[in-house]
Design a protein around this ligand. Structure first.
Ligand code: GLU
Length: 254
């Protein structure tokens, strides 16, 4: 099966903003295991801005938001991909960095180039690690967030499944902190979830459950099975693929 996996900033960074290398390493172990089981993986990883911010703590932060995003992502993306490269190399897995912008999904020539780049990597067993090119993609040129990007990548690569990893088990019937709320395990096609979703953004990245839910709905409508799960749970990816009924998650059926 071809699976696009999106890892959110909240999964990869600690509360002080530094890169959680232990977590990254655990996720790399799981992805290597899924490849061993015969799955093809495309990774969409956030965390550039957050890890750049963690790296440049000493800098005076009187920069405007665009400057901050450009500076932090330039430094953070280098750090992020370097870690992935080294961690996957231990398994003999070659990875390649794909930095993209909204234009690459709109203009037909750009789209063709982007599609070809993904194809040639997959055909040659190289694991694509995709992120938005945050250094040049600013303000109105930006994707809504990496959830949107992951839905587009899943469709472009004809993935059968999209897994969106966040720091929560999935979509709840109310505020997850409230004991009366429960996790929604299955979302059938056409089901409207707007009554359940909290309109809060994630602290580390730009997304939130609202954006995850709308990306998941649209991507499932395009024929791709979508799963939202908690990337901080041990062995989550392997469990989702091998024992989903006993693994907390929200799955959007097609
Ligand atoms: N591309 C951003 C990063 O890597 C994350 C965007 C998002 O939060 O979805 O830092």
């Amino acid at each position: 099966m071809r699976i696009t996996i999106k890892i959110g900033s909240n999964v990869l960074t600690r509360s002080d903003g530094s890169l959680d290398v232990t977590r990254m390493s655990a996720l790399v172990d799981q992805i290597a295991e899924l490849r061993r089981q015969g799955h093809e993986i495309i990774l969409v990883s956030s965390g550039a801005v957050a890890s750049g911010r963690g790296e440049l703590k000493h800098i005076q932060h009187d920069l405007d938001s665009v400057d901050q995003r450009q500076l932090f992502s330039a430094v953070g993306q280098a750090k992020l991909i370097n870690r992935y490269f080294e961690l996957f190399r231990e398994y003999g897995i070659a990875v390649g960095q794909v930095l993209t912008t909204k234009e690459n999904f709109q203009d037909s020539e750009h789209r063709k180039n982007q599609e070809n780049c993904m194809r040639v990597m997959l055909d040659n067993g190289v694991l694509p690690i995709v992120n938005e090119n945050d250094t040049v993609s600013v303000t109105e040129l930006m994707f809504t967030d990496n959830d949107e990007l992951s839905g587009l990548i899943a469709q472009m690569t004809h993935s059968q499944t999209l897994v969106i990893l966040s720091n929560i088990d999935g979509i709840y019937t109310g505020n997850p902190a409230n004991p009366d709320s429960h996790l929604i395990s299955i979302v059938k096609p056409g089901k409207d979830l707007s009554d359940y979703i909290q309109n809060t953004k994630s602290s580390g990245g730009r997304g939130g459950m609202q954006s995850k839910s709308s990306v998941a709905t649209k991507t499932a409508e395009a024929g791709i099975n979508v799963i939202i799960a908690n990337g901080k749970r041990d062995d989550i990816l392997v469990k989702l693929m091998n024992d989903r009924d006993n693994t907390p998650c929200t799955e959007f059926l097609i």
